[in-house]
Design a protein around this ligand. Structure first.
Ligand code: ATP
Length: 446
């Protein structure tokens, strides 16, 4: 974990929030590379969950919602963790996460646990009194449930169908830590899939498979990922079943995503509290029913962390340590780097042309500072799948060298075919496949 934290800071993936003021507890800022990686994770999720499916639509609801929402959902009453405080050093802990009965920091006596609500409260409008209390949402899901009828009416979807949304959520966690794994402001990617009662077991299994494979397809190693069923004592009182997708983080197996069969709990609760009819007319059975809900709920930040940890690698090349991120090309912040061999003025016009052509279709970076070896290392460390080098021969034969991050293999490609070659490789074409006029590069220039 320390290696990832240090790489993230050094290379501009993640910074501590408000760092120049000493930082703010467990809030994080995403730097120039981090913001690209995070967007790529969210885009991959949106593509898999919305664009590639006929049965799921998207939504983007407000963070601030009517306070009744959180009464109906149970968050005002029950979204709380047991808090204990050390009587000597006054550090606070989550009682359910403590192995020991005394303070782990100083060995002092602990208070009796009291329930601590995790929702952030604020006030709406100019008067800061109880009537003006609103909450920062602790999950995005409730925005979906309260819009169930709006989406149904405007899209004319039939069961089964889903509504997806992603965005910021806030929880006043008692204990934080492990970098971006647990923070107080984070992003979620959630989908509520509405099904006919009786078909919920089938769809539950469907979403367990889909969600597990999403991480695998984006390169996470199978041995580092597992599905863990919740025990009876862990299960929310209304849930019929729940699995966590867990990743083998450095601190042990921990939750990346929860997938729950929520029954009809949410729609029934909101119908009761709002007085609105949230049922669905089942044409086949000619009756109104309340759909059941399967919910895959993932964390953006935890996914980013898992992808980074899983991609991190160190190897020795020609007696030198090489640090690299073997990120899936879809996730890599920069897809291709353009590196003229030197700043020689003969090379610059061609390098500039190549860069211009590549950035039209991809996220490209131009780098002409320091030695070529150093520039390769810099790109390896941020996970750039391909580097393109322009040398003096390129000016003669209009060919450029493409280097593969993972295998260190190189090919020589006509400049005119470069953009297409790079996009084919990014889409999964094996590196050895050459475009017309392309050749294998036999020199070994790592
Ligand atoms: P945990 O048991 O770790 O507190 P949870 O079971 O409360 O998590 P859910 O309510 O199921 O989490 O939220 C769904 C997802 O949102 C989690 O799987 C996780 O990826 C993400 N998430 C929840 N809380 C946080 C947090 N404090 N920081 C970062 N991500 C979070």
């Amino acid at each position: 974990m320390e290696k990832i934290v240090s790489l993230c800071k050094r290379r501009g993936f993640v910074f501590q929030s408000s760092e120049i003021y000493g930082g703010l507890g467990s809030c994080w800022d995403y730097g120039p590379l981090g913001v690209e990686l995070k967007r790529n994770v969210k885009d991959a999720w949106w593509r898999a969950m919305v664009h590639e499916r006929d049965d799921v639509v998207g939504l983007d609801t407000a963070i601030l919602m009517h306070p009744q929402v959180w009464l109906a959902s149970g968050h005002v009453g029950q979204f709380a963790d047991p808090l204990v405080e050390c009587k000597s050093c006054h550090t606070r802990f989550r009682a359910d996460q403590l192995q020991e009965s005394r303070c782990p920091d100083c060995g002092g006596d602990l208070t009796e646990p009291r329930m601590f609500n995790l929702m952030f409260k604020t006030f709406m409008g100019p008067v800061a009194d109880e009537a003006a209390v609103v909450y920062l949402r602790p999950e995005t899901a409730q925005g979906i449930f309260v819009n169930f009828q709006n989406v149904l009416a405007t899209t004319r979807k039939k069961l089964p169908f889903g509504i997806a949304q992603m965005g910021k959520s806030f929880r006043n966690e008692i204990t934080t830590g492990n970098f971006i794994f647990r923070s107080r402001e984070f992003e979620q990617m959630e989908m509520e899939y509405f099904v006919k009662p009786g078909t919920d077991d089938h769809w539950f299994q469907h979403w367990l498979d889909q969600r597990f494979n999403w991480y695998i397809n984006l390169g996470v190693k199978k041995e580092n990922l597992r599905l863990r069923p919740h025990g009876k004592e862990e299960l929310a009182h209304y849930a019929k079943g729940c699995y966590d997708v867990e990743y083998l983080f450095p601190m042990g197996w921990s939750e990346l995503e929860g997938i729950a069969n929520r029954g009809d709990y949410d729609l029934v609760q909101h119908a009761k509290h709002s007085g609105k009819d949230l049922s669905y007319f089942d044409e086949e059975a000619s009756q109104r029913i309340v759909p059941n809900v399967i919910e895959p709920s993932a964390g953006v930040d935890r996914s980013v962390l898992a992808f980074l940890l899983d991609a991190y690698d160190e190897e020795t090349v020609e007696k030198e340590k090489r640090v690299l991120l073997r990120l899936h090309p879809l996730l890599a912040p920069i897809k291709v780097a353009v590196l003229p061999l030197s700043r020689n003025e003969k090379l610059i016009p061609m390098a500039a042309d190549v860069f211009k052509a590549l950035r039209r279709g991809s996220v490209a970076q131009y780098d002409d500072s320091q030695s070529i070896g150093r520039r390769y290392r810099r790109q390896d460390e941020i996970g750039t799948p391909y580097c393109v080098t322009i040398d003096f021969q390129s000016i003669e034969d209009h060919q450029v060298t493409v280097r593969d991050r993972d295998s260190l293999k190189q090919i020589r490609v006509p400049a005119a075919a470069l953009a297409e070659t790079i996009s084919s490789k990014l889409a999964g074409e094996p590196f050895d496949v050459l475009p017309p006029g392309g050749t294998k590069w036999l020199g070994f220039d790592t």
